[in-house]
Design a binder for this molecule. Structure first.
Ligand code: ADP
Length: 334
């Protein structure tokens, strides 16, 4: 059976783009195959942050994932910094990663273009990501489209390491996409992302969601209420395709293209469809907020399950690379 791994940064709220592009797929896949899901907090510190905020967001992200349907009886859910083997393997992978490949990564180019001074962590981010995945020797990685280039690099790293130290040891992980592989932000300008402030939060109150949906960008050519629209170019229509039943989607397309509905009418129906999906998730989140120990206990047992796999991989990696199979304390020395 293929083993799947995927991660999410605790750099802000769990949003609809994360859910439709990745997390909804995690919930399906955990029933079918061994699955490891990780709150990747070391990734979240490549941008300036407050330690207390990171602490709170890590808990909140884990709570959001559990509320969205991750089931700790089926899958392993843990926090990256609880398993130190991630950074150990990342260092090792740094030594087999071609610098040119890192400099070619679109996300690095975009992020570094927005900043005057760039930390090395932004460049090396995909190396840590390769370590996250390969530590669990995962074959498949359910992610949004934005991560496919990083995954290609994970395959390059796996191939390079295997060629030098152990043919076939690391699998070459493949991406698993959902039909909604890329959700645009409400500004219609960029992908929906925690770092762009253009998100709909999975746990937001209906009134707050509506306050964001109401002014959200639609078909830019539809200026007057009586102008017929083109559904395919409208972000709201794409959200309908993700949230509304098929018959509603067909009705929306027809009403838009004949100017039967204005954009606000269309957005009201979308808000209702979003509510149907979010109500149970919000309910589970409230129950978890009342019992924060359930979240911390889940993460603790997830970390110990993840660590057992990680240590087994690292024993082999260290051995094949000419190191002792574990640090001295693990071997009972010192
Ligand atoms: P963010 O960009 O919001 O910080 P992460 O980098 O933590 O999100 O990504 C977590 C998962 O969500 C990844 O699998 C990523 O591909 C997916 N994802 C993030 N934003 C989107 C989006 N707008 N559309 C589809 N998938 C997305």
């Amino acid at each position: 059976m293929p083993r799947i791994f995927s991660g999410i940064q605790p750099s802000g709220e769990l949003h609809v783009g994360n859910y439709l592009g990745a997390v909804k797929n995690w919930v399906e896949l955990q029933r079918l195959t061994p699955a490891v899901f990780c709150v990747v907090d070391y990734h979240a510190i490549t941008a300036p942050y407050e330690p207390e905020v990171l602490r709170a967001r890590r808990h909140e992200m884990a709570l959001g994932l559990l509320a969205a349907g991750i089931d700790p009886d089926l899958a392993t859910l843990f926090v990256q910094s609880d398993v130190p083997e991630h950074t150990e393997l990342a260092w090792i992978f740094n030594t087999v990663t071609p610098l040119g490949e890192l400099e070619r990564q679109t996300q690095y180019k975009e992020k570094s273009a927005r900043q005057e001074s760039v930390v090395a962590g932004i460049l090396n981010y995909p190396v840590l990501q390769a370590a996250d995945i390969l530590l669990y020797r995962a074959d498949q990685v359910p992610v949004g489209e934005d991560q496919l280039q990083h995954l290609e690099l994970s395959r390059v790293i796996a191939r390079r390491w295997n060629a030098q130290f152990g043919e076939g040891f690391f699998p070459e992980p493949q991406g698993l996409l959902t039909p909604t592989r890329r959700i645009m932000g409400l500004d219609g300008q960029a992908k929906m992302s925690k770092s762009m402030g253009n998100t709909i939060g999975m746990l937001e109150a209906p009134a707050d969601i509506w306050a964001k949906l109401r002014p959200a960008v639609t078909d830019p050519k539809r200026i007057k209420r009586t102008d017929p629209g083109t559904p395919e170019v409208c972000n709201i229509y794409h959200l309908h395709k993700a949230f509304s039943p098929e018959a509603t989607v067909a009705h929306v397309a027809q009403q838009c293209s004949t100017a039967g509905w204005g954009c606000i009418d269309c957005k009201k129906v979308l808000a209702e469809s979003i509510e149907v999906e979010l109500v149970p998730i919000r309910g589970r989140a409230e129950a978890l907020r009342a019992e924060p120990r359930r979240v911390t206990d889940t993460l603790a047992s997830g970390a110990s399950k993840a660590r057992a796999i990680a240590q087994e991989t690292m024993r082999e990696v260290r051995d094949r690379m000419g190191f002792a199979p574990g640090p001295a304390d693990v071997r009972g020395i010192g």
